[in-house]
Ligand binder design. Structure first.
Ligand SMILES: Cc1ncc(COP(=O)(O)O)c(C=O)c1O
Length: 371
């Protein structure tokens, strides 16, 4: 982990493209969610896939997070330097991945979510060989249809097996409501359905004395509805630390809650109706707005959200000027909020923390990649 020495410098001294985080906004986002989870008696276990930086996990833990969530072995390794409670929310099937997880420092309370007998048996035998006990959460599918067991009977079978095998310890269930991406104002029927399906899984487990100690759920789009699924014991939002254009479009944050942007320079205005900047798909990423909300393009200007990125080449971003009278000069700088912040962060070597026009500190995106 490297924390750059922090000589405060002017934003104008940065080369573009450069990833920026407005520290005031990020801190406000962290405080808001820490306050919400405290108020509702929920444990917060942020997913670090959004920032991939131990320094920012520390900021989350300092505000009361109970531990962290990771997807990759690299994230687990990097976060183990600052967190002693790590949930791997990804099935451990590849033996190399499992070996890296089992080699984490012994003080780390490790849990893993999985949905198959194969991954459970592999994990248990590797853990027993390593002399380690790993917590198991049975992942259940409550509508996302990505991973997760499909029926209470299947959840019961895995939980019972986890109870029997050496090397693992049954701790509870996990789900990810990533399918609920409509505007927050119309999420309630989906949240009610989620609650009902979760309750059916939990009733089956309780009936066989497999009452979960942990029920792990939550996402950024549904974050402030988490208390409406009261059997959850913890939530795992990731995006909320920075937010992005999708989160704002869904209504899970305001536009001014977007902490992350890519600083870019206008390099051409030669083609009428557009301006071209030096941030392309290799710094912004090409994901559409995800969810049942409509907004064209791949990102929008922080100061002028009506100006969106209508096209991307690898190193060119094409700004659509049809909804504005603003006509930028070549050389002018802009800040672009991407549709999906996690992918943009993963493309950056470093991120710069700014307040107003000053770069206060910078950090490496240390956990990006896999090695
Ligand atoms: C398993 C799991 N948990 C939690 C999250 C956090 O998601 P977000 O904050 O983006 O909703 C994700 C996101 O991909 C996930 O896959």
């Amino acid at each position: 982990m490297s924390t750059a020495p922090a000589p405060v410098s002017a934003l104008s001294s940065l080369a573009t493209p450069a990833a920026l985080v407005d520290l005031d906004v990020m801190e406000r986002n962290l405080e808001r969610v820490a306050g919400y989870t405290r108020e509702h008696g929920l444990r917060l276990r942020p997913h670090v896939k959004t920032h991939k930086a131990p320094q920012l996990a520390t900021e989350q833990l300092r505000r009361g997070a109970a531990g962290v969530t990771v997807a990759t072995a690299r994230e687990a390794e990097l976060m183990a330097s600052v967190a002693d409670d790590v949930l791997v929310a990804y099935p451990p099937v590849d033996p190399a991945r499992t070996a890296r997880l089992l080699a984490l420092p012994a003080n780390v309370r490790l849990a893993v979510a999985l949905d198959s007998e194969t991954s459970l048996r592999r994990l248990a035998s590797a853990a027993a060989m390593a002399g380690r006990t790993v917590g198991v959460l049975v992942e259940v599918d409550l509508g996302m249809h990505r991973v997760g067991v499909q029926t209470p009977a299947a959840a019961l079978a895995l939980a019972q097996l986890a109870r029997r095998l050496a090397g693992v310890e049954y701790r509870g269930v996990m789900f990810y409501p990533g399918h609920i991406r409509q505007h927050v104002s119309s999420q309630l029927p989906e949240i009610a359905r989620l609650k009902q399906e979760l309750d059916a899984f939990l009733a089956a487990l309780a009936g066989r004395d497999l009452q979960p100690e942990i029920v792990s759920g939550g996402s950024t789009p549904t974050l402030f509805h988490s208390h409406l699924v009261p059997r959850q014991t913890e939530i795992r939002p990731g995006t909320y630390i920075f937010n992005d254009r999708t989160t704002a479009a869904i209504g899970a944050c305001e536009w001014q809650d977007c902490a992350y942007s890519v600083l870019a320079t206008v390099v051409s205005t030669a083609v009428p109706g557009q301006a071209v900047v030096d941030a392309g798909s290799k710094s912004l990423n090409r994901e559409d707005i995800r969810g049942a909300v409509d907004a064209p393009g791949f990102g929008a200007l922080l100061d002028r959200p009506e100006v969106f990125v209508k096209g991307l080449s690898e190193e060119h971003g094409l700004l659509d000027l049809s909804a504005t009278d603003w006509r930028p000069e070549v050389g002018e700088r802009v800040r672009i909020v991407p549709n999906h912040v996690c992918i943009s962060v993963n493309l950056q070597p470093r991120v710069h923390g700014v307040r107003a026009d000053l770069v206060e500190r910078s950090w490496e995106v240390a956990a990006r990649g896999w090695d």
